[in-house]
Write a protein that binds this ligand. Sequence first.
Ligand SMILES: Cc1ncc(COP(=O)(O)O)c(C=O)c1O
Length: 488
Amino acid sequence: MRILLDRDSSQPMYLQIQDRLQALIQSGSLLPGERLPSIRTLAKTLQVNKLTVIEAYDRLLAQGLIHARQGSGYFVDPVGIPAPSKPSGFEPAQDVVLCETQSNRPFAIYARSIQAKQQPGVIDLSCALPQNPPNDLARIVRRVSNDSDSIFSYDAIEGQSRLRHQIANLVLQLGLEASADEILIVNGAMQGLSLAMRHHLQPGDWVVVESPTFFSTQALLEQLGCRLIGIPMDREGMNLDLLERYLQSHRPKLIYTISSLHNPTGLTTHISHRQQLLHLAAQYHCPILEDNAYEALHFGSAPPPLKALDSEGLVTYVGTFSKTLSPGLRVGYLVVPPSQYPALLEQRYLTDIHTASLPQAVVSEYLAHGHYRRHLQQVRAQLLQNRNQMLCALETHFPEEARWTIPEGGMYLWVQLPEHYRFQMQKLAQQARAADVLVLEGSAFFPDGVGYPALRLSFANVVPEMIEVGVARVGSLLKTRHESVQFT
Ligand SMILES: Cc1ncc(COP(=O)(O)O)c(C=O)c1O
């Protein structure tokens, strides 16, 4: 294999290597299954640093062009499923929703998705669970379980020191500089959200959420007696003109935002949107709760989190290993402004003292041996294939007037449907279920439980062939329902 590098070029070496290898793969000069030179060999041949080759291989992994096999090296993938070229037509109505009473019931949705996992033959396009846990996780659980001294006693309220340092390192790679002393380990993102909300909010307070947004957060806020201002999402994220209007008129006490790979739309906001949002929050003295549950699942690079751009201590950041490693381990974390840390720590103690030691030790061990980085590369590559398959299937099978988002990572996309489906969505979801396909109706994600007709479709848990089958079944139901409305 010949790779010519231009040492006078302004293009960094790792990008040149990535480009050349990509061209060799796409032209068929390197065939599926073929082994790439080892990192050491290629670095020696090209007379570059090993880190340069690692960076190039990492990028090819993230593109889904190659995969790594433990102990054997790097191999060319079968030709990937390319993304269709049609741009996103997502352009929803911009209606603000004010909501004072509970309208969503997330528990039924959760119970249904757990049940669906046990049903053979069901194509589950509804839930955002990682695929099977990595093989090496079970081995690590066994290894860690042997250390009975450290896992069967009471542990630190804030979480294990080694894990907090590792998380500080992880978020640093996202551009977020935080010391281990600002990190609080929690039982999944959900507990982190609950703690932060209890810290900031009183019954009757107004809280800004994106509309649509993650339904469990809405339920949590409503349980706390808060009133919701649902600011509509457009292609760029939360509509900031409308946000400013409601910051002025309602003086909310918190802005809850999912800035990266938003649930349910899959959108990631641009850095300029983040800066503007921070500026508004500072102007109206409104703290921000940033939920980045899907942060590690970006196909390419993501802008730094809001928290990384925050110089005023306004942002509390929530992360989790539930979407990447295992939701059953229940390990998440908060990155907390130092002034709030003691109060949150006390609240943490009063809730359940600390996160169980065994799951913390398992995650820490997994991170310590470099398994996580490799695992993420594989997960992202698979998700990219799945997303592309879903986009192709939507173009082929969904009605012409449907519009959808094109997420740059994560587990799902959002389909906006025309108004004439408004009263048919529940029936549609039921018919899809009868046809062994699970989808989530958009209404579950709107603060008023209504919104516009939409579906959240997950590409996380289904192999590409079945994504095509599932989307085709739902598309055919949509077309039939449209016709039956037109002709009756
Ligand atoms: C945006 C968002 N935040 C938080 C969570 C909950 O994460 P965890 O399982 O870590 O509590 C989810 C789960 O679906 C989510 O989508």
